[in-house]
Every structure is written in structure tokens, then in C-alpha cells.
Write a new protein. Structure first.
Length: 160
């Protein structure tokens, strides 16, 4: 069974988002072992300088990179990444096992995104949309797409 890990900044604050994540985690338990790693967000001022943003991104990257297993296929969720339809994500996830990846990691950054070092560690830069979403909502959307991918791969009815 594949292990899917989502590394993200912060905890979900709203109950409806926690409930949605819990529902997809329950559904995904039939297909993979799901780990959600919530990192403590770093404090940043209301109007940060670019140096302050860089320092926060660097500090976050150290934590993020320490949580990634060395043998994992890593997807950095970033707006400049490549968009793909759900069917293609299903192919990606299915092909990981064939190529010897039992660990798949998706990384969702904080409000200022991901550092270049995390993006360089990633095997693939993935974007859900050119639109900007709160990272808490992005987590729910990503879980839904991962579930949809497994449903597509197994011929489930969810995608139809």
C-alpha cells in the first residue's frame, strides 16, 4: 500500500475544513496510508520585507525538507507549477508504484509559498489553478483530488 504524505504549514482552524479532511482521509484509507504533517507556522509581520519573507521561507524549508523521506516522489504545490487534469494525476500516482515509489509527498507552503530549495527537491511542481486559494482550502482540494485519482485508477464511480 502506498503512503501519501501531505506536508503543510499550520493547523486547520475551521471545523468544516477539518471535517472535510477527515472525510477524505477516511475514504483514502482503502487505497493508501495517509499522513498529514502539520508544521507550526512561523511568525511574520503584517507588512513583511522581502528579507523577512526569505528568512521565514528558509526556516520553513528546513522543517519541510526534514520531513520528506529520502525515497519519496515529491510534488511541490505552487502556482507556477504545471496544471493537469484529474486523469493525469491518477496516472502519475499509479505510475509511482511501478517506478518504485512507495512514498508520495505533496508539499503545501504557507501564505508566502515555498522556498526555492523545497521546489528544487521536488520531482514535480504541481498547480491546482492559476487562482490563489488559502492553503487550508488547498489541503481539502488536494485530498479530494488524490481520492479522485485513486477512484479513477480503480474504475470507481466517484469520478463520473
Amino acid at each position: 500500500m502506498q503512503t501519501v504524505t501531505i506536508i503543510c504549514e499550520g493547523k486547520l482552524k475551521e471545523k468544516y475544513l477539518r471535517d472535510a479532511c477527515a472525510e477524505y482521509a477516511k475514504r483514502l484509507s482503502a487505497y493508501c496510508k495517509l499522513n498529514i504533517v502539520e508544521l507550526n507556522p512561523h511568525r511574520i509581520s503584517e507588512s513583511p520585507s522581502s528579507a523577512e519573507i526569505d528568512a521565514v521561507l528558509q526556516a520553513e524549508s528546513v522543517e519541510i525538507l526534514s520531513k520528506i523521506p529520502s525515497n519519496a516522489k515529491v510534488y511541490a504545490m505552487c502556482i507556477e507549477g504545471k496544471q493537469m487534469p484529474s486523469e493525469k494525476l491518477a496516472e502519475e500516482i499509479s505510475s509511482c508504484a511501478v517506478r518504485g515509489y512507495s512514498n508520495i509527498v505533496f508539499v503545501i507552503g504557507g501564505s508566502h509559498g515555498l522556498s526555492e530549495s523545497v521546489k528544487k527537491r521536488a520531482d514535480f511542481r504541481l498547480s491546482m489553478s492559476e487562482m490563489t486559494f488559502p492553503h487550508q482550502l488547498a489541503r481539502v482540494m488536494l485530498l479530494e483530488q488524490i481520492y479522485r485519482a485513486y477512484q479513477i485508477s480503480t474504475g470507481g464511480k466517484y469520478h463520473k
